[in-house]
Write a protein that binds this ligand. Structure first.
Ligand code: NAD
Ligand code: MG
Length: 454
């Protein structure tokens, strides 16, 4: 059925992107009744709108094609086509916007970059997150000190990266804003010995994860602001997206607002590390901590790895080759996840065969059975009661012997052996590239990758 539709495409403000988007319309030879290009209120973006009379299927395929155009950020239709997501607004004009009505999203235009200028930022720790926050803030014009243990491995790296490095206590003393980016189980000791003595009225204590504040491991003194900017991405992407002129989304939460400016100051930090370019969602320390732990345990890390291994074992136990099992249960996961990432479950289902989709819709619930859901609720209960936190802190304090043993066992799983062999045969993977450069006999263990925390 043909209906009047307005298509809206948000794109980077350059003529090449505009011409690519227009090319799509022109190739379809659609009767365009009205056509405008306007600013979006966000620097760096234009909004192209056009009114056309067309049917559902054409709109759906046009929206998909627009979304594939380099430089296009979003394509929607009004009334909505099957793929449309609600328009993303600007937090000042439409709080809450695209998601649930209670979630507020801040963008760069909602933040005050000037707040970066007259304050000194101490980044404590120079690992996955630390190296990205320190360099992004510095490149955004802020004065940055890195606080580390003298002689630690990352000290040299921070110096090589052109940063001013000091012992933790010195950096904390000299700073107005102290961001704690050492591993969660180490934070309490670092805080008590080197950070707490430096805190005073007017200073800000920041975190990228709510664990220690939420579970009461760190108790902040009155008079200081305590806030969180938690990038929803591993640190190396926080850095590389910033360098590419983009950013990764983040969460913002305020635990203590002594100055009355904790939120604008935290949002300025988000702009400094590039996250406000992608969107900063408002949350609380409790919500961030509990959902983060649940997500990584039940779905992203624990759930997915156990699902992959169980599928692999089911096939190999039944006599199928490990290579086939690896491809079906692990390798193809990326292709599916890429589709889900781009357009949600519906978009993925649209792209797979009807046979796959029917199997998905009739069998998925048998894998994630009521018993599995019950177990998920138990995981969540352990997170909320603090039982998981207590266990993890005790394990860390004891030198993490069980953790080391579990890591060792995980490395020995047959899926890891067959995977290493297969990836070495794929020329586009890191391992494949290395295998090509080396004589066949020289075997090397896989490199230590950056821990991609969820
Ligand atoms: P990491 O393990 O990558 O880095 C730790 C850094 O702290 C290293 O530079 C290390 O040398 C230093 N360090 C360790 N112990 C120290 C000590 N006692 N004194 C001084 N420095 C010490 O840590 P990370 O993954 O970047 O995590 C930092 C924070 O960011 C955590 O709160 C984590 O939950 C949060 N976070 C991490 C990610 C991620 O993807 N890695 C994502 C979001 C939030
Ligand atoms: Mg997470």
């Amino acid at each position: 059925m043909t209906v009047a539709r307005t298509l809206t495409v948000v794109m980077s403000s350059d003529l090449l992107t505009l011409s690519r988007a227009c090319g799509l319309l022109r190739r379809r030879n659609l009767p365009v009744r009205e056509f405008t290009v306007d600013s979006t209120g966000q620097p760096g973006f234009w909004q192209m709108s056009c009114a056309i009379d067309t049917d559902d299927a054409t709109v759906e395929s046009l929206l998909r094609q627009f979304q594939n155009v380099v430089g296009v950020r979003k394509a929607t239709s009004s009334p909505p086509g099957p793929l449309s997501v609600p328009e993303r607004g600007n937090a000042t004009s439409s709080p809450g916007d695209a998601m649930s009505s209670s979630v507020r999203v801040y963008y760069e235009a909602d933040t005050d970059r000037a707040r970066l200028r007259d304050r000194v930022f101490a980044i404590i720790g120079y690992g996955s997150q630390g190296h990205a926050h320190a360099q992004n803030l510095r490149d955004s014009g802020a004065r940055v000190l890195v606080g580390l243990r003298p002689g630690g491995a990352s000290w040299k790296q921070a110096v090589v990266d052109g940063l001013e490095v000091r012992p933790v206590a010195d950096a904390a003393q000299a700073a107005d804003v102290i961001m704690i980016l050492v591993p969660d189980p180490a934070q309490r000791a670092v805080y008590e010995t080197a950070v707490a003595p430096a805190l005073g009225v007017g200073k800000t204590l920041m975190f990228a994860h709510g664990f220690n504040i939420h579970f009461g491991e760190i108790v902040s003194p009155q008079g200081v602001d305590v806030s969180m900017i938690a990038p929803k991405s591993p640190g190396h992407l926080v850095r590389s997206e910033y360098q590419a002129g983009r950013g990764v989304p983040a969460l913002v939460a305020i635990h203590q607002d002594a100055s009355g400016n904790a939120l604008p100051n935290a949002l300025a930090y988000a702009t400094g590390i590039g996250c406000a370019r992608a969107g900063v969602l408002a949350t609380t320390f409790a919500e961030e901590t509990e959902t983060d732990l649940f997500g990584e345990q039940a779905v992203l890390c624990g759930g997915v790895t156990a699902l992959i291994q169980a599928g692999f074992e089911t096939l190999t136990d039944a006599g199928y080759s490990p290579e086939m099992a690896y491809f079906e249960c692990l390798h193809e996961l990326k292709l599916i996840v890429d589709l889900i990432y781009r357009g949600g479950l519906g978009f993925m289902r649209h792209s797979i065969s009807d046979t796959a989709e029917y199997g998905d819709l009739t069998r998925g619930d048998r894998v994630i059975s009521p018993a599995v859901r019950e177990e998920m609720r138990r995981l969540l209960a352990d997170i909320r009661s603090g039982a998981f936190a207590k266990e993890w802190i005790a394990e860390s304090r004891a030198g993490a012997p069980r953790f080391a043993e579990l890591r060792r066992k995980a490395r020995e799983h047959p899926i890891e052996q067959v995977g290493a062999r297969l990836r070495a045969m794929m020329p586009w993977t890191e391992e494949g590239k290395r295998a090509k450069q080396k004589p066949a006999s020289s075997k090397q263990p896989p490199p230590e990758r950056e821990p991609a925390r969820a």
